[in-house]
Write a protein of this length. Sequence first.
Length: 168
Amino acid sequence: MVNPRRPFRINVGFIIHEEVGAHYEFPFEFDNVQLDDDLELENFNGLIEISRTPQGLLVQGKFSGAMTLECVRCLKEFSNLLNWQLTELYAFNEKSVSDSGLIVPEDAQIDAAPLIREYALLEIPINPICKPDCKGLCPVCGQDLNVADCGHRPESNDSPFAALKDLL
Protein backbone atom coordinates (compact mmCIF):
# COMPACT_ATOMS: atom_id res chain seq x y z
CA MET A 1 0.00 0.00 0.00
CA VAL A 2 1.35 3.40 -1.02
CA ASN A 3 1.33 6.16 1.58
CA PRO A 4 -0.48 9.07 -0.16
CA ARG A 5 1.58 11.65 1.74
CA ARG A 6 4.88 9.92 0.93
CA PRO A 7 4.26 7.92 -2.26
CA PHE A 8 7.95 7.33 -2.98
CA ARG A 9 8.96 6.02 0.46
CA ILE A 10 10.26 2.46 0.10
CA ASN A 11 10.89 0.03 2.94
CA VAL A 12 14.25 -1.60 2.08
CA GLY A 13 14.77 -3.45 5.36
CA PHE A 14 14.20 -6.85 3.80
CA ILE A 15 16.65 -6.14 0.93
CA ILE A 16 19.48 -5.26 3.35
CA HIS A 17 19.47 -8.84 4.65
CA GLU A 18 19.38 -10.44 1.19
CA GLU A 19 22.43 -11.87 -0.55
CA VAL A 20 24.56 -9.68 -2.83
CA GLY A 21 22.94 -9.54 -6.26
CA ALA A 22 19.33 -9.64 -5.08
CA HIS A 23 17.18 -6.97 -6.68
CA TYR A 24 13.58 -5.83 -6.47
CA GLU A 25 11.39 -3.61 -8.64
CA PHE A 26 8.99 -0.95 -7.41
CA PRO A 27 6.62 0.46 -10.08
CA PHE A 28 4.87 3.82 -9.71
CA GLU A 29 1.96 5.25 -11.66
CA PHE A 30 0.06 8.43 -10.80
CA ASP A 31 -2.34 10.62 -12.74
CA ASN A 32 -0.96 13.61 -10.86
CA VAL A 33 1.94 13.81 -8.40
CA GLN A 34 3.40 16.78 -6.52
CA LEU A 35 7.18 16.63 -5.98
CA ASP A 36 7.77 19.43 -3.48
CA ASP A 37 6.17 22.85 -3.97
CA ASP A 38 7.80 23.61 -7.32
CA LEU A 39 7.19 20.51 -9.41
CA GLU A 40 3.89 18.92 -10.38
CA LEU A 41 3.78 16.11 -12.93
CA GLU A 42 0.85 14.52 -14.74
CA ASN A 43 0.69 10.98 -16.16
CA PHE A 44 3.67 10.01 -14.05
CA ASN A 45 5.14 6.55 -14.65
CA GLY A 46 8.25 5.16 -13.08
CA LEU A 47 10.13 2.07 -12.07
CA ILE A 48 12.74 1.88 -9.33
CA GLU A 49 15.05 -1.12 -9.16
CA ILE A 50 16.97 -1.67 -5.93
CA SER A 51 19.90 -4.08 -5.98
CA ARG A 52 21.92 -5.35 -3.04
CA THR A 53 25.67 -4.78 -3.46
CA PRO A 54 28.54 -5.37 -1.01
CA GLN A 55 28.75 -1.59 -0.37
CA GLY A 56 25.04 -0.81 -0.12
CA LEU A 57 21.85 -0.56 -2.13
CA LEU A 58 22.06 0.50 -5.76
CA VAL A 59 18.95 2.48 -6.69
CA GLN A 60 18.19 2.81 -10.40
CA GLY A 61 15.09 4.37 -11.87
CA LYS A 62 13.39 5.28 -15.13
CA PHE A 63 10.63 7.87 -15.09
CA SER A 64 8.36 9.90 -17.34
CA GLY A 65 5.82 12.60 -16.67
CA ALA A 66 4.26 15.65 -18.27
CA MET A 67 4.42 19.15 -16.88
CA THR A 68 2.96 22.47 -17.92
CA LEU A 69 5.49 25.01 -19.18
CA GLU A 70 5.25 28.47 -20.72
CA CYS A 71 6.68 28.98 -24.21
CA VAL A 72 9.42 31.63 -24.23
CA ARG A 73 8.33 32.83 -27.69
CA CYS A 74 4.53 33.09 -27.57
CA LEU A 75 3.99 32.90 -23.76
CA LYS A 76 1.30 30.21 -24.08
CA GLU A 77 1.22 27.25 -21.73
CA PHE A 78 1.83 23.79 -23.16
CA SER A 79 2.35 20.25 -21.89
CA ASN A 80 5.94 19.01 -22.07
CA LEU A 81 6.87 15.33 -21.62
CA LEU A 82 9.95 14.65 -19.50
CA ASN A 83 11.88 11.36 -19.53
CA TRP A 84 14.75 10.77 -17.14
CA GLN A 85 16.81 8.14 -15.35
CA LEU A 86 18.73 8.03 -12.11
CA THR A 87 21.39 5.85 -10.52
CA GLU A 88 22.52 6.33 -6.91
CA LEU A 89 24.17 4.21 -4.24
CA TYR A 90 22.83 4.21 -0.68
CA ALA A 91 25.87 3.04 1.31
CA PHE A 92 25.67 0.81 4.39
CA ASN A 93 28.37 2.81 6.22
CA GLU A 94 30.53 5.94 5.99
CA LYS A 95 33.42 3.96 4.50
CA SER A 96 31.40 3.05 1.37
CA VAL A 97 29.75 6.44 0.78
CA SER A 98 29.83 7.71 -2.82
CA ASP A 99 30.02 11.33 -3.98
CA SER A 100 26.28 11.76 -3.41
CA GLY A 101 26.72 11.10 0.32
CA LEU A 102 23.66 8.86 0.59
CA ILE A 103 23.50 6.34 3.43
CA VAL A 104 20.78 3.76 4.09
CA PRO A 105 18.61 5.33 6.84
CA GLU A 106 18.48 3.58 10.22
CA ASP A 107 14.75 2.96 9.82
CA ALA A 108 15.44 1.33 6.39
CA GLN A 109 12.93 3.67 4.72
CA ILE A 110 14.33 5.31 1.57
CA ASP A 111 12.36 8.33 0.38
CA ALA A 112 13.10 8.51 -3.35
CA ALA A 113 11.06 11.71 -3.89
CA PRO A 114 14.00 14.14 -3.45
CA LEU A 115 16.10 12.16 -5.95
CA ILE A 116 13.25 11.89 -8.45
CA ARG A 117 12.61 15.63 -8.14
CA GLU A 118 16.29 16.57 -8.51
CA TYR A 119 16.77 14.50 -11.65
CA ALA A 120 13.44 15.69 -13.13
CA LEU A 121 14.41 19.34 -12.66
CA LEU A 122 17.55 18.70 -14.70
CA GLU A 123 15.38 17.61 -17.65
CA ILE A 124 13.26 20.79 -17.80
CA PRO A 125 14.35 22.85 -20.82
CA ILE A 126 15.90 26.23 -20.01
CA ASN A 127 14.05 27.94 -22.88
CA PRO A 128 10.90 25.88 -23.46
CA ILE A 129 9.32 26.25 -26.90
CA CYS A 130 5.79 24.96 -27.58
CA LYS A 131 6.66 23.81 -31.12
CA PRO A 132 9.81 24.14 -33.25
CA ASP A 133 8.19 26.56 -35.71
CA CYS A 134 6.65 28.88 -33.07
CA LYS A 135 6.70 32.43 -34.45
CA GLY A 136 6.34 34.16 -31.09
CA LEU A 137 4.87 37.60 -30.43
CA CYS A 138 5.15 40.77 -32.49
CA PRO A 139 7.64 43.09 -30.74
CA VAL A 140 5.55 46.13 -31.76
CA CYS A 141 1.94 45.24 -30.88
CA GLY A 142 2.22 41.90 -29.04
CA GLN A 143 0.08 39.94 -31.54
CA ASP A 144 0.62 36.16 -31.43
CA LEU A 145 2.17 35.58 -34.86
CA ASN A 146 1.08 31.92 -34.78
CA VAL A 147 -2.55 33.08 -34.90
CA ALA A 148 -2.38 36.03 -37.31
CA ASP A 149 0.15 38.30 -39.02
CA CYS A 150 -0.26 41.87 -37.77
CA GLY A 151 1.69 43.38 -40.67
CA HIS A 152 4.49 44.90 -38.61
CA ARG A 153 7.98 44.32 -39.98
CA PRO A 154 11.27 44.50 -38.10
CA GLU A 155 12.71 48.01 -37.98
CA SER A 156 16.09 48.80 -39.48
CA ASN A 157 18.93 47.74 -37.27
CA ASP A 158 20.85 50.60 -35.61
CA SER A 159 23.64 48.24 -34.65
CA PRO A 160 27.19 49.29 -35.54
CA PHE A 161 27.46 45.91 -37.24
CA ALA A 162 24.51 46.59 -39.57
CA ALA A 163 26.91 47.78 -42.30
CA LEU A 164 28.50 44.33 -42.35
CA LYS A 165 25.18 42.87 -43.51
CA ASP A 166 25.55 44.77 -46.80
CA LEU A 167 28.86 43.05 -47.43
CA LEU A 168 27.18 39.65 -47.52
